[in-house]
Every structure is written in C-alpha cells, then in structure tokens.
Design a protein around this ligand. Structure first.
Ligand code: 3H9
Length: 692
C-alpha cells in the first residue's frame, strides 16, 4: 500500500488498483481529498501493473460532497475539476464503489468514473439546492445524460437522496454488490470490465437522452409550474432548472460554462450564505455548552400524554410513529374517544395517501392506550402535560403527578409561555421537570423548544434532546421567560402588526409584505385561520380591540366565512370593506391619524423589534446562541430558510442599521423600540451576532 497523502492511499490487488479515501467524518472534498484523488489516479495510471482502478472510501460513507467549510475561502490545492479530469481522462477504467451517501460533489466525482457500483443501502443525490446552490462540478450536465432531463430535474430541485436500487433502475449505478462486501464486489466488477474489454464509458459523451428532449421547452415549463408553490422565493431551484435546460440545448462544454456561471452567482449571493449557515446551525443546535455529549440519559420506553385534544393527540402521534407506547389521559370518556378517533383518522388518511399500509395504522394504534385517570401513568418514563394554559390547573396536575408517577421519570409541560419553575414548584422533584413545547400541528411541525428550568437536571435535558431526535424533531434548548424564544419574539411582531393597522396600513398590506418577505402567510391571515375567537367570549367582550369588534359581529375567521378578510365558498380570501371600516372607526375613536405606510416600514416595524428581542434573549442567556434562535424561527414559524433566520438577517442588513432604526422608532413611538444592551454593544464593537 502506498500513501498518496494524509487522506488517500493506493494498493494493488492483482491487476486492480484500489484508491482509498479516508477523511472523516464524511470524506468531503477538501483540498487534501482532491489532491488524493488527482495524484492517486495519476500514480495508478503510471503503474503498468494496474489495469483498472477502484475508487472507494473508508468510514461511514462515500464522498458526501464538496467541503462546505471551505466555501468562501481562498482556493487551495488542485481544483475539483482537476481531480475529475484525472478520473474521466484516465486511459484505464475507473470504478466508483459507493456506500453510505454519494452526494453533491461526491456524486459528481462518481459521474466522472467510467462505472459505478454500490451496496443496496447506499444513496445518491445532488442536494446542493438545499444549500441554495446547484451542482457546480458538472452534475447538472452529466446527470441528465444518464437518467434523462425529467428525472434530473426532479433530483436537482428536490435534493432527494435516491436509494441504490432506484439508481440501478435509472442507470446511475451499473451494478449492486452485496451489502458489507463493497470492496470485494467492486474488485470483481473491475475484473469483469477488464475480461469483457468494456469501453471507457464517459458520461459526457452520452447524448441520446438530452437530444430527445431538445426542442421541447414544454418539459421545462410544466416542471416549473409543478414546483412553483413549493419553491416560492428560492433562487436555486430555478437556476438548477436552467442548468438542465443548458444540458439539453448546449454542447457539453458550453453547458459546463453555463453551470459554472450560475453556480458562482448563487455561491456569492445571500440566499446560499443563509442556507449554508442553516445547515451548520441545524447541527450546532444539538450541542449544549454545559451538558456534555456523554451525559447519562434516562431510557424512555413508555410515554404518558395528558390531554387528548389537538395538541395532546399530535404529541402522542410523534411517539407512536417512533414505536414508543403512549398512554393518553383525558377527564371524560367522550373527549378521550374523540381524541383517539382523531389519531386513527389521521393515520388512516396517511395510509390512503399511500404513506404506509393499513397494517402500519393498526401497529401504531396498538401502541396507544386511553385512560381516564392519572393513575394510569404510574409506570411511564416521560409524561407530557398538554392541558389548557392555566397556571393553577397545571400546578394541580403536576402536584398529582408527583404522587403518582414513579421516581426517575421526566415530568414535562407543553406550555407555550407559562413559567416552568413555578410549575415545577408543585412537585418535590423539580430536577425532573422540564418544558417540551411542541408546535401545532404537533405531529407535523419539526420544532421542539426544550425549556430548561432552574432545577432541571442535566440527564433530564440530555434525555429530552435525545428523545426529540428520535421522534424526528429539531430541538432548541431555551430558558424560562414569557413565551420562551419563539413566542416571545412573535409577540413583538404581533404588537407592531396591530399598531400598523391603526396607523393606516390595512391587514392585507401587512400580510402581503410579510408573505413577500417569505413567510407562508401574514399575521392576519394566520389569525383568521386559527379563529379570532380563541379565548374570546360574547359575555365578556367589551369592543376594546379590533379582534373583539370582529368577533362581536360574528366575523370569527375562516370558519365563519369572515374575519379580517372575507372568504368565498372555497376559502379564498379578499380584503374586506367591513373590516376596513371597523379599523378606521376604531382608529378615529382613539385619535390615531391615518397615514401612508410604506412596505419598507412594515418590514422594519415587524422584524427589527424581533431581532432586538432576540438580542435580549441572548443577553439574558435564554438561548445558547444566535443560530439556535434562527432554528426556532425557521422550524416553528415559517421564517424563510433563504433569509437564514432573524439573527442572521440582522447581521446581513447590518446591526448598525437595525440599531439606528430602533432608535428612530423609539424617539417617535416610545419604548416598545428600546434597543437591547447587547445590540448597542455589538454595534459599538463593530460586531454581529455571528461573532458571539
Ligand atoms: C457541493 O458538493 C457542491 C458541489 O456541487 C461542488 C461545487 C464545486 N462539508 O449531518 P451529519 C459535517 S455542496 C463539510 O451530522 P449524518 C457536519 O457538519 C455539498 N462538513 O451526519 C457534521 O459535523 P459535526 C453537497 C460536512 O450522518 C458531520 O459532518 N453535499 C459536510 O446525519 C456529520 O454530519 C451535501 O449537501 C460537507 N459537505 O449525515 C451533503 N457534510 O459533527 C451534506 C457533513 O462537526 N451532508 N459535514 O457537526 C449531509 O447531508 C449529511 O451530513 C450526510 C451525513 C447525509 C452526509
């Protein structure tokens, strides 16, 4: 065996050269790996004893892509294209041997090999789109030459990791080899290539599939239409499509140039910067400063959920999906039956859509037990309380749980804003009490705020993070404060939205601006969807807010066909003259002068106070890092990924600008806009949240 460099070595087995890369954790294409490939192939080519070359990786995966940590830094060592040229132009067959994932640049390297073999568990994909990019190493030009433009469009715009069997069907992989025997299988395949004198198949020279689509722009028009909704606001999907169009309409080398040009545009733009930041933020969020990775955890084999309403049902489904038995407790038989029936209906609907089988529905339902007494929770390992938001009720429940549930179990509250310390004080084991704040619909939304109270123990925190991962959530550790991280910041936006409509912007103006910013919907459309009468009653209504006045005339949101908006029979919204009149009268009564409000002001008024509140959250230590706050907003509130989250966005526009605006608003409108001390400090030091 010859070492090529620190991460690559070349061995010779019979007449096959095996070039092995070993660069943990994921064999990303760092300068060393690129050098290892370029020089390793050159040495194998120069060695007359070698007739064919196998490119294989040690560790858990084949090359998982370009090294994202190198992006934006000065280029070092051979380029990826140098490494690819060495492979593609080798006068001996080069075979990629794939396990784990061949992603992005990794698949692009494999596509320059003359053949590809994989174990059945392997997956291939071009996920650059998720980083706001496109495959910039020939992927958009080579992939459609094998799988055809339609499948290529699908792969590059979704970033899906395609299972090896499917790759085999599409021709992306030439042969599957036995699981666990990749090296042997690849060597046998290489010998077969030699014995059969198979040609040096260069993907770049395959033209029939792209030529077949030439002169058919309708393929692209239809595809664009099919993904328009899902990709609204994102640049990368469209750029990826343009590259596949180039593969169809331009000669290979021209197509490569188009790919390079569009890749560089994306790479230097703010969307990709945001999406790459989010990639790392999603991984950082699991790392806890004072709860080391080796903190002991509590096995969670059985879960109790209190409350079978929308929230309790949704929470239960997470655990059932993960194969963990759940006991769900309600006070009345009827409510319990209704809750369980809803869970069943949700599962049956999924089965009807083909997501899983009816047996699977029964399997999951078989893990669910209903009960009418907290006594049924004596032997669970984790209880999640999801009763309505009232401190006295919660304390009563926790006091009872303390007497019933076995020692060592975790007692969690799903409260969205109440003080967990106070809830914990109702028990004699506050170290086992924690907040697990799910977002509605709890079986769908990815975010979980894990709320650490004063006495919560480290094993309880570590276990909560671990179980979150197990049920497919992304968890952010936050501290106790009203509304925690997400709702605390949301209340800033809500307050300003309410003020803006009294000052002259209409609800549909505010909604349009925030929708165009990238949120799935604006605050008023959201209120209409949720129902304006949440927590409202006719008896106690005093006409003192716009919401009360709307409810009083039975405009209670989508469900009554009218709220802030008017709705037609298909629930299409249109601006309402009635609402407009109510708002104008209300503002006049309060003596508020109506004025023209610009879209820019709507953004600044709604978003800057959120950034400011984020700074306060950081200075109070209620979130570990700015990027955790961004994770909360992206996964819990629909903040557009391509804007990286409120804290990233603050850095992007410049904290000095945010501070200056906050001061201007403070002078005009008072202390709702009082700048956070941390914001002032960072600006004074010329720093951003990224420098914390
Ligand atoms: C690209 O290829 C552009 C090209 O077109 C070329 C243009 C010229 N670089 O996710 P995990 C780290 S763009 C650097 O927890 P898993 C990750 O941060 C790239 N680091 O493991 C983490 O570090 P830490 C296209 C990377 O088993 C550790 O590896 N490729 C990279 O759950 C483990 O990661 C992609 O977008 C990277 N490329 O999942 C694939 N990838 O331990 C991105 C990972 O310090 N990667 N790290 O927190 C993935 O999707 C997943 O990591 C993978 C493994 C599925 C591979």
């Amino acid at each position: 065996m010859t070492a090529i460099n620190a991460v690559a070595d070349l061995s010779v087995e019979g007449d096959i050269g095996v070039l092995t890369l070993n660069s943990p954790p994921v064999n990303a294409l760092s300068a060393d790996v690129r050098e290892g490939i370029a020089n390793g192939i050159a040495q194998a080519v120069a060695n007359d004893a070698i007739k064919a070359i196998v490119l294989i990786c040690d560790g858990r995966t084949f090359i998982a892509g370009a090294d994202i940590t190198e992006f934006g830094k000065a280029p070092k060592g051979p380029s990826l294209q140098d490494a690819q040229n060495a492979i593609e132009n080798a006068p001996k067959p080069v075979i990629a041997a794939i396990h784990g994932t061949a992603l992005g640049g990794g698949l692009e390297v494999a596509l320059t090999c003359h053949y590809r073999v994989a174990v059945p568990s392997a997956k291939c994909g071009l996920p650059e789109v998720n980083l706001g990019l496109l495959p910039g190493a020939g992927g958009t030009q080579r992939l459609p030459r094998i799988v055809g433009p339609e499948k290529a469009l699908e792969m590059v715009t979704s970033g899906t990791h395609v299972p090896a069997r499917k790759c085999l069907e599409m021709g992306l992989v030439d042969e599957l080899v036995e699981e666990g025997k990749l090296r042997e299988g690849a060597l046998a395949f290489a010998k077969k290539v030699l014995a059969e004198k198979r040609p040096l198949k260069k993907v770049r020279d395959l033209n029939d599939k792209v030529e077949a689509a030439r002169g058919k722009p309708e393929i692209f028009a239809a595809f664009r239409k099919s993904i328009a909704r899902k990709t609204r606001g994102f640049l990368a999907p469209e750029y990826n499509i343009q590259c596949i169009e180039a593969a169809v309409n331009q000669p290979f080398d021209e197509g490569l140039k188009t790919e390079r040009k569009l890749f560089m545009e994306l790479m230097t733009g703010s969307q990709s910067a945001a999406q790459r930041y989010v990639f790392f933020a999603e991984r950082q969020v699991w790392k806890l400063a004072d709860v080391p990775a080796d903190t002991p955890t509590i096995p969670i084999n059985k879960v109790g959920v209190i409350g079978a309403g929308t929230m309790g049902g949704g929470i239960s489904m997470n655990f059932l999906n993960a194969g963990i038995p759940v006991t769900i407790v309600e006070m009345k038989q009827e409510a319990l039956d209704r809750g369980i029936a809803t869970i069943r209906k949700n599962y049956e609907n999924s089965a009807k859509k083909g997501r899983f089988s009816m047996e699977e529905v029964e399997k999951r339902m078989g893990l669910l037990t209903g009960a009418l007494s907290l006594d049924a929770l004596a032997d669970v390992d984790l209880v999640i309380e999801a009763v309505y938001e009232n401190m006295d009720v919660k304390k009563d429940v926790f006091g009872k749980l303390d007497k019933i549930v076995k020692q060592g179990a975790i007692l969690a509250s799903n409260t969205s804003y109440l003080n967990i310390d106070e809830i914990a004080s109702a028990t004699k084991r506050p170290e086992f009490v924690i907040g697990l704040h799910f977002f509605s619909p709890a079986n769908v939304m990815r975010l979980l705020e894990v709320v650490r109270a004063d006495h919560t123990s480290k094993p309880v925190i570590a276990t909560s993070m671990q179980i979150a991962k197990k049920i497919g959530k992304i968890a952010a550790l936050v501290g106790v404060c009203p509304g925690f991280v997400g709702n605390r910041m949301l209340s800033q936006r809500q307050r300003e939205a309410q003020k803006l409509i009294l000052e002259g912007a209409m609800p549909w103006d505010v909604d349009r601006v925030l929708y165009d910013f990238g949120f799935p919907m604006g605050p008023f459309a959201m209120s209409d969807l949720a129902g304006l009468d949440l927590g409202w009653s006719k008896e106690t209504s005093t006409s003192s807010t716009i919401r009360e006045r709307l409810c009083e005339i039975d405009r209670r949101g989508q469900k009554t066909g009218a709220g802030f908006y008017d709705y037609d029979e298909n629930r299409n919204a249109s601006p309402s003259p009635v609402t407009e009149k109510i708002i104008k009268e209300f503002a006049a009564e309060k003596g508020i002068n109506s004025r023209q409000i610009s879209d820019q002001e709507i953004i600044e008024r709604c978003i800057y106070p959120m950034i400011n509140e984020g700074a306060k959250i950081l200075e109070e230590g209620k979130a570990q890092r700015a990027s955790d706050i961004d994770i909360v907003w992206i996964n819990g509130y629909g903040w557009p990924v391509y804007r990286g989250g409120p804290m990233f966005y603050g850095d992007l526009i410049g904290l000095d600008k945010v501070l200056a605006k906050m001061k201007e608003f403070q002078a005009q409108m008072g202390d709702d806009f009082k700048p956070a001390a941390l914001l002032e400090k960072l600006v004074a030091e010329g720093k951003g949240f990224k420098d914390l």
